[in-house]
Design a protein around this ligand. Structure first.
Ligand SMILES: Cc1ncc(COP(=O)(O)O)c(C=O)c1O
Length: 313
């Protein structure tokens, strides 16, 4: 048996498992939805990324890193969480942020970017064309003392955070859910949850609702993450692309773009339940539960992965 990876304590765990009632779900009437509140892993340092960073930054510290490099979109939750966690550990950060056009004037920076700036992150704006080559860009920029984290923290080590989360979850529910769902943006959460659920011997489908890109691409990507994880920790299953339940159809206009229907559902859920979703990830994913309930059975469990600052950007 291989050693489990080193872990730092950054998240407030276990996060609560809520039972949310009052939402109409077709054949299941208003049967409640279980919601794993991973938006509550902390305040400014919150959301799903914190679970990944517990492992990634443990490795960074063990290697004696002084600065962390990573990349994402201008309102990346991952980049904000990385910058804050790094600072809490006494490390600097350099963020390569993708901007559609020209970067915002410094004084007008909002949401995640504002928080990253506040903790002193160094920011470089990059174009969508540069972002295509993000791994090479990070590798090229890295100097002695730098630790590189890929987009979304979604490599084998980062995904281990959700292998551990599956164990946390299984100790919380009274009866097994009929399905587990999460938003999928870079694949690490889906990879970790799918491996974690299988490792526990549970026969529960784990669905990743794709919020940008295609399900086909994520089947390959998540399988690749899991194969890397299996090579390092053989007790984790090596997933084939066909084992990965990535779902298309809920990305709307595409990454970080909202439709009127998405905004209306985000508002309706908030008003009916008090649960606040974010427009980029969780509102899109939650819509699968509202509009295609039959697919997920009578007792679905939604992993709320955070993203509140995107709502305020
Ligand atoms: C709020 C939120 N939810 C879901 C995701 C998707 O998780 P993953 O990148 O592990 O697919 C992200 C990041 O991409 C996120 O910031």
């Amino acid at each position: 048996m291989s050693k489990t990876p080193m872990r730092l304590s950054l998240a407030r765990l276990p996060t609560p498992l809520w039972t949310v009632a009052g939402l109409p779900r077709g054949p299941f009437g208003d049967l409640p939805i279980l919601v794993k509140r991973d938006d509550l892993t902390g305040a400014a340092l919150s959301g799903n990324k914190v679970r990944k960073l517990e492992y990634l930054l443990a490795e960074a510290k063990a290697r004696g890193a002084r600065r962390v490099l990573t990349t994402g979109a201008i309102q990346s939750n991952h980049c904000r969480a990385t910058a804050i966690a790094a600072r809490q550990l006494g490390l600097g950060s350099l963020l390569f942020l993708r901007v559609p056009d020209t970067p915002p004037p410094a004084g007008l920076e909002t949401g995640n970017l504002r928080l990253a700036r506040l903790v002193g992150a160094e920011v470089r704006f990059i174009t969508p064309a540069q972002y295509e080559h993000r791994d090479a860009l990070l590798a090229e920029a890295a100097r002695d003392g730098d630790y590189v984290i890929p987009e979304g923290g979604s490599n084998a080590l980062g995904s281990y955070g959700y292998v551990a989360a599956a164990e946390e979850l299984a100790a919380q529910w009274d009866a097994s859910p009929t399905a587990i769902l999460c938003a999928t943006g870079s694949g690490g959460t889906l990879a970790g949850l799918t491996m974690g659920v299988r490792r526990l011997g549970l026969d529960i489908p784990v669905f990743g609702i794709v919020v940008g890109g295609t399900a086909e691409a994520f089947r390959l990507r998540v399988a690749a993450i899991s194969q890397e994880a299996h090579a390092r920790w053989p007790e984790l299953p090596a997933l084939a692309p066909a084992d990965v339940l990535a779902i298309d159809g809920w990305a709307g206009l595409g990454y970080a773009l909202s439709t009127a229907e998405e905004q209306a559902d985000l508002t309706a859920v908030a008003r009916a339940t008090g649960l606040i979703l974010d427009p980029v990830y969780t509102a899109k994913a939650f819509r699968a539960l509202l509009h295609d309930p039959a697919r997920f059975g009578e007792r679905p469990l939604f992993v709320h992965t955070g993203g509140i600052f995107g709502l305020l950007a």
